[in-house]
Design a protein around this ligand. Structure first.
Ligand code: PLP
Length: 380
């Protein structure tokens, strides 16, 4: 961590520009050396105040809604690669103006909208999402290949010939996985869809490629993609990671407000909420690292972290510290940039943490502060 906490208001999400650039450099190396196109999945990282840097490496974004498609066009200055499980009739004309690629989740969605797309003069390239029926994701909430999955078309429903008007195929079945999982997935994709791969112009391999993780074998990914391209020279390969872009690029800075004790458990009450500001901690669930703390160690000052909402389960723990905590102490949650800001709510009317950047020039830049209007404007 390379930031001066004294300069940062609480609560605040802080991204370190140098860490974002480090991730982007690595992602760019993959796209250059493997000869593939990598685009940003906005659902995982949409902090558009950093897009000037992102755009130096990635051309555009994948969008999963009209709002994301607009953000892509306005802030990333690129047409969106669009995929949504369903498209809404009242939004479709606008989506056509904002997209270069549209992937359909089912043949019935394609049938519903194909005349509009084919009549469009902007030459949008259309694809179908396929279900490779192979995933190594352990949590069902994040596994698009569970039995009865509503995401993607199974091979048995596609036949031998690529549907007229369709140019691409798309699969997304990884989540924070490595290149060996991709290798296994590609085997399944080939087993089920190789006849269609030979007819297509592009294959989008979705997200979930955590190539910026320190243990990820980047060279293996590059070699795997090159081999695949050699086998299918007709295909443009697209990857659309979100998490890997924002992976370990920043923090959520919070402050202890109170210490209470309940049945021998000490709780540090914070000015942030797990439910509202770090929902993955409760959904996944996962326990983020806190700077200067460890998992609970007997004999050390140990605390549960208490959120600011009155949801009974808005807490996480336990953590041990070197010294007892007191009100005013800063608690810095690590790796709180990807999937956090895009998933937050103002549940309980809690104020959204500010958003800031620790710049490459070693200065803190406050990008946004939130208040009553932001809470009110979501309601009526
Ligand atoms: C279709 C699709 N593409 C890309 C992504 C981004 O995945 P990740 O952020 O894990 O790289 C997701 C995430 O859910 C997705 O559903």
């Amino acid at each position: 961590m390379n930031i001066d906490l004294k300069q940062i208001p609480s609560p605040c999400y802080v991204l370190e520009e140098r860490l974002l650039r480090k991730n982007l450099e690595l992602i760019n190396k993959v796209q250059k050396e493997a000869g593939v196109k990598i685009i940003l999945a906005l659902k995982g990282f949409a902090m558009f105040s950093t897009f000037k840097i992102v755009k130096q490496y990635l051309e555009t974004c994948t969008a999963s809604s009209l709002n994301e498609a607009k953000l892509c066009n306005q802030e990333m200055k690129g047409k969106a690669h669009l995929y949504s499980p369903v498209y809404l009739e009242n939004e479709f004309d606008e989506l056509l103006k904002l997209s270069s690629h549209i992937t359909f989740n089912s043949l019935s969605q394609w049938d519903k909208f194909k005349n509009k797309v084919l009549a469009n003069t902007q030459k949008i390239s259309c694809g179908l999402r396929i279900n490779p029926e192979y995933s190594e994701v352990k949590t069902d909430l994040y596994n698009p290949c569970i039995a009865g999955s509503r995401l993607g078309i199974r091979a048995e429903n596609l036949g031998n010939k690529l549907t007229d008007g369709i140019e691409g195929l798309h699969f997304h079945s990884l989540c924070e996985n490595n290149s060996y999982t991709l290798e296994n997935t590609l085997k399944s994709v080939e087993e089920k869809f190789s006849h269609l791969l030979k007819q297509a112009k592009w294959l989008n391999m979705g997200g979930g490629h955590l190539m910026t993780h320190k243990e990820y074998n980047v060279q293996h990914l590059i070699d795997l993609l090159k081999d695949f391209k050699n086998k299918y020279p007709n295909l443009e390969i697209i990857l659309e990671p979100g998490g890997a872009v924002g992976w370990q690029t920043g923090y959520l800075v919070s402050t202890v407000q109170d210490i209470i004790e309940s049945k021998g458990i000490k709780v540090a009450m914070l000015d942030v909420s797990f439910s509202a500001h770090m929902p993955d901690c409760l959904e996944m669930p996962y326990k983020p690292m806190i700077h200067g703390a460890t998992d609970a160690i007997e004999g050390k000052p140990t605390y549960r972290m208490g959120g600011v909402t009155c949801l009974a389960g808005d807490h996480l723990g336990d953590y041990s510290f070197e010294k007892p905590l007191k009100p005013g102490d800063k608690i810095v949650f690590d790796d709180m940039i990807h999937y956090t800001m895009v998933k937050t709510t103002t549940f309980n009317g809690v104020t959204h943490p500010s958003i800031g950047i620790w710049t490459e020039g070693n200065k803190f830049k406050l990008v946004r502060k939130f208040g009553y209007e932001d809470y009110r404007n979501r309601l009526s």
